[in-house]
Write a protein that binds this ligand. Structure first.
Ligand code: ADP
Length: 550
């Protein structure tokens, strides 16, 4: 992975760390707070519902109490002593009920027969045991009881909170059982009061209902006597929505934070990696040999320092390399001059000796002077010729012209050079192997000179014993190669480093310039000349040139 990507990722992850710590903590705190708040709210709502029911009970108790103690009721009891059914009309209870603000009222005789019913007038004359049981309960606490009421849809079960009181006149007794219906109206009132869904239950049967609560919910049940209860259902949807809202906000924040951090990471890494990349490519070019590389950057701080150090290093490297090359050149020419002087000295001695012999012969008027003169002049001329040859070859070596590069097919060139050896010397076998289409950019004449020299050396190496002379032309992706291999004595290790030096020769009459010139020619072509092979098993010279694009 690139440094840039890694930095961007690291920044994004880093942005996530504080959120990963803060989010769970905040959400858990928020949940706690909301849950406490909900519990408190439910507690308060339940209490106010309870209080409202208590108030209803008190109202019922008082209303029934006041009713039985009213003069109207006393009159009714007196009149009912003889003929209860005559004294008490069907509508009597209803009138009394409405006058006291009640919604349930039944007047019973002592045996439990309905004399008049305000909420269900049709009951007159029938017993109503369910309602009559209330007469056995303590009168102070109104109790919930199931009653039947008439609605437009017919008879229906309803829940009522009722209280029973006797009305005595002499030995006669009436029962007034009155109260209020615990109906949808009450449920609505409680629902408004508590902000909850309210269900009034008799046992498990829901008899009135109001409001609604969105899931998830929590319930509280208020018992109403033994057989009835009020169920309050509170919605927790708002709290849940709040937590989810916060979570969503945090997620959005995390996404934005990560995107922003990744962008920042990219920018920072761009700023950081640009000089590093420039340095990398600079270093690569230096490795390829371009020592004049200078990296330009606007980087400051440590990176700027690094770039400056790199630039300083390359210019130092270039200066040092140039100095080194200059001193190498000087050393090489000194060596050449030393050897040249040695070569020139050799013919001078016989010349001097010949002339001295002549001078002595002439001074002593030696009779053989004419013969001596002829011999000495011959020696002097021969040595002067040698001197001229030495000077010619040196000047050729010293003034090697710049190569004129053209496309040269190495196979073709090799064939034309080998054609010169159509009939090789006795005992030498010529074995060429040529790969077609290997083309190099080279100076044809100079390359011919190299090849002629290598073939000539190989032949000379095998002059005594004969052998095989193998010439191969082959190409790789980048190189064009000619190998010249012989089966002669090979090159002793101690000579291997020296054979490319000018004037190094092991041959009588050799100049020692052939390989030196060949190596220089190839160097000027951007190629090289290599030698290999084990001593005693022949020598192999390899010409390597950059391959031309076909
Ligand atoms: P010269 O042929 O005039 O000696 P070169 O520079 O061509 O000059 O060769 C230098 C020396 O390298 C030779 O004298 C010889 O000792 C050695 N040499 C060159 N080619 C071969 C070869 N094919 N086998 C063995 N020795 C070789």
């Amino acid at each position: 992975m690139r440094l840039r990507t890694r930095l961007a990722l690291a920044f994004a992850l880093l942005a996530l760390v504080p959120l990963a710590v803060v989010v769970p903590l905040t959400v858990s705190r928020l949940r706690d707070t909301l849950s406490r708040e909900q519990t408190a709210r439910m507690g308060a709502a339940t209490t106010s519902a309870q209080e409202s029911l208590e108030r209803s009970a008190t109202t019922v108790r008082r209303a029934v109490e006041e009713l039985v103690e009213s003069p109207a009721m006393e009159d009714l009891a007196r009149e009912a002593r003889e003929h209860p059914m005559l004294a008490i009309q069907a509508g009597t209870a209803e009138a009394l009920m409405k006058s006291r603000g009640l919604t349930v009222l039944t007047l019973f005789d002592r045996s439990g027969t309905v004399l008049s019913s305000g909420h269900l007038p049709a009951r007159r004359g029938d017993p109503d045991p369910a309602l009559f049981t209330v007469t056995r309960a303590a009168p102070e606490r109104p109790v919930p009881v199931r009653v039947e009421v008439r609605t437009t849809a017919g008879l229906r079960q309803a829940l009522a909170l009722v209280s029973a009181r006797p009305v005595d006149y002499g030995d006669a007794r009436l029962w007034a059982v009155g109260g209020v219906l615990l109906d949808d109206g009450l449920a609505q009132h409680l629902s408004r009061l508590t902000q909850a869904e309210v269900t009034l239950l008799a046992g498990d049967t829901a008899l009135a209902h109001a409001g609604s609560a969105e899931a998830p919910t929590l319930e509280r049940v208020l018992p109403l006597g033994d057989a009835a209860s009020v169920r309050l259902t509170f919605s927790r949807a708002a709290a849940r929505e709040a937590v989810q809202g916060v979570m969503r906000a945090f997620l959005l924040l995390a996404a934005l934070g990560m995107a922003f951090a990744a962008l920042l990471g990219l920018l920072v890494s761009r700023w950081m990696t640009r000089p590093v990349e420039a340095l990398t490519s600079g270093a690569r070019r230096v490795a390829e040999g371009a020592l004049d590389v200078q990296v330009t950057t606007e980087a400051t701080g440590e990176l700027g320092e690094l770039v400056r150090a790199f630039n300083h290093m390359t210019s130092e490297l270039q200066a040092t390399t140039e100095r080194l090359m200059a001193s190498e050149r000087i050393a090489a020419w000194q060596e050449v001059a030393r050897r040249l002087a040695h070569e020139i000295k050799n013919p001078l001695t016989p010349i001097r000796m010949s002339l001295e012999t002549l001078l002595a012969a002439q001074a002593s008027a030696h009779p053989s002077f004419p013969t001596l003169f002829k011999e000495s002049a011959g020696v002097v001329l021969e040595e002067v010729d040698r001197l001229r040859r030495i000077v010619d070859e040196f000047s050729h070596f010293a003034r090697l012209p710049k190569p004129q590069l053209t496309r040269v097919d190495l196979g073709e060139l090799t064939q034309s050079v080998l054609a010169l050896y159509a009939s090789p010397p006795e005992g030498i076998q010529l074995l060429p192997t040529v790969q077609e289409g290997v083309v190099a950019r080279a100076d044809r004449d100079q390359l011919t000179q190299v090849l002629v020299n290598l073939v000539k050396n190989a032949e000379e190496a095998m002059a005594h014993k004969g052998g095989a002379l193998r010439v191969r032309v082959k190409g790789t992706d980048s190189d064009a190669v000619i190998e010249v291999e012989d089966s002669g004595p090979g090159i002793p290790p101690e000579h291997r480093a020296r054979i490319f030096e000018p004037y190094f020769t092991t041959k009588d009459g050799g100049t020692g310039l052939g390989l030196a010139i060949a190596a220089r020619i190839l160097q000027e072509h951007g190629g090289k000349l290599e030698v290999s092979g084990e001593p005693g098993q022949g020598a192999r010279f390899t010409v390597v040139l950059p391959r031309a694009n076909s």
